[in-house]
Design a protein around this ligand. Structure first.
Ligand code: SF4
Ligand code: SF4
Length: 438
């Protein structure tokens, strides 16, 4: 056996951490014989499996296997399953916040009465043709809770359908949290919308500056009150607190993470993302962190979260198999908005539509233009070769597929190598799990 090309080693406080990015295995290697074997394998030696412990074999592969093919094949075969259908739905583009970095047009187009019915009908039609096994729906916007009743009615009916037809169904919601009163949250959670992504940009002062209400007032107090009401319940949910950061947010992040740790429990995790000029109206005047330093800042923030006993779960997910592949690369994953277009990327700006729109919701059916879909989702193997993806150690994370929009529109592969510090992330993940044992 040879060492898997995706096995890496990192030292932390005198311990050897071994991890593999293809099978997502991680281990602390303490046995002296195992350590010796790993060292020999790292030198390129091939060793009889009988001489290797089961643990070491986990990080090895048969000599005849080209893992690059395995890596690319595993992802694609998981993706090309019509029985798994996923949506991000934008049931409104309206929002009561005026976030400084927002790139969305806040039109006030009301949801038309037939939209949800057509959507439900199209799911039923799809199921008749393809026998659905899993269905996932993420409510997004705009602010989805502005059409709370519509979502509740739709979900009730869909639950009934999925239960009758034995279809696994998972729901989630990205909301600003402002309208998420306890009663609403309870109703949503009880009907299966249990995962929420809610953005809180640090302490009150930094958040209120970045995410004011359209009336000019701050929004932090209301969001935190809503989250505390949830925390004080016994409900089963997961809230990922997303922190979009600029320099001021970073300066006070320690204070914020202490607040989160002191006031919430492990149903709440954190995730941070650097603020960029995302194409919104305030882009010119916004001061953003230099993208070339964001990997460094990101690493510090992961460490800060872990040191406060918080789980930066999305950041940990980034070092898992396919963790940096955007969902837009998945063929049966669509963004559905009120204009009834089925897009791939959440950037709904019309300037991308020539590439981004791959179908329509029409008369209770999803009409997909297969050529447009393939043009959007297929890997560009030639560009990957030019980029060096086939020799890249983090191919299992990225697959040369990170941003599908840039690949489809500009024939550019958006390389994430510079954007992620894999070894440091693995150390922080280990530190986090150690802290759970204390
Ligand atoms: S795009 Fe960059 S990070 Fe991704 S596989 Fe290719 S070389 Fe590696
Ligand atoms: S811009 Fe790229 S990475 Fe972002 S959602 Fe669209 S396809 Fe995905």
């Amino acid at each position: 056996m040879k060492l898997s090309r995706y096995t890496q080693i990192v030292e932390y406080e005198g311990k050897i951490l071994v991890f593999n990015l293809l099978n997502d295995k991680r281990a602390v290697c303490i046995d002296p014989t195992d350590l010796k074997m790993i060292e020999r394998l790292r030198q390129g030696e091939s060793i009889d499996p009988a001489k290797l412990s089961k643990g070491v074999q986990t990080f090895c592969v048969d000599e005849n296997i080209d893992e690059r093919k395995v890596c690319l094949g595993l992802l694609q075969s998981a993706y090309w399953d019509k029985r798994q259908l996923n949506f991000i739905v934008l049931p409104t583009m309206d929002c009561m916040f005026r976030c400084k970095y927002c790139y969305e047009n806040k039109d006030h187009e009301a949801i038309d009465e037939n939209f949800m019915d057509d959507f439900a009908e199209a799911i039923r039609t799809y199921h008749l043709r393809n026998r659905l096994k899993n269905l996932s729906i993420e409510w997004y916007g705009g602010e989805p809770l502005m059409v709370y009743e519509k979502i509740v009615d739709f979900t009730k009916n869909l639950n009934h359908f999925c239960e009758t037809e034995n279809i696994e169904h998972t729901y989630s919601m990205t909301t600003n949290g402002y309208l998420l009163s306890f009663d609403k949250a309870k109703t949503l959670i009880e009907m299966g919308i249990r995962k929420f992504q809610i953005t809180v940009d640090g302490v009150k002062e930094t958040h209120d500056k970045l995410r004011p209400h359209k009336n000019g007032n701050g929004t932090w107090n209301t969001i935190i009150e809503n989250l505390l009401a949830l925390k004080n319940s016994t409900l089963d949910f997961h809230v990922m607190i997303r922190v979009n950061y600029d320099t001021e947010v970073v300066e006070r992040i320690s204070e914020f993470y202490k607040f989160v740790k002191d006031n919430f429990d492990d149903r709440f995790t954190v995730f941070h993302h650097v603020i960029s000029k995302w194409g919104g109206a305030n882009d010119e005047e916004m001061e953003v962190i230099d993208p070339s330093t964001s990997q460094y800042v990101d690493t510090l923030l992961v460490e800060e979260a872990v040191d406060h006993g918080l789980k930066p779960d999305m950041n940990f997910y980034f070092t898992k198999f396919g963790g940096r592949v955007c969902y837009a690369n998945r063929p049966y994953f669509y963004i559905l908005s009120l204009d009834r277009k089925l897009r791939k990327c959440t950037f709904t700006d019309e300037k991308y539509d020539a590439f981004n729109v791959v179908g329509y919701l029409r008369a209770g059916e999803f009409e997909i233009d297969e050529k447009k879909l393939l043009n959007f989702v297929m890997p560009d193997y030639e560009k990957m070769n030019e980029k060096g993806c086939y020799d890249c150690q983090i191919l299992p994370i990225c697959h040369g597929l990170s941003c599908a929009l840039r690949r489809a529109k500009n024939q550019v592969i958006d390389c994430v190598e510079e954007k992620i510090n894999v070894k440091d992330n693995i150390i922080q993940e280990y530190k986090y799990y150690l802290s759970l044992k204390k």
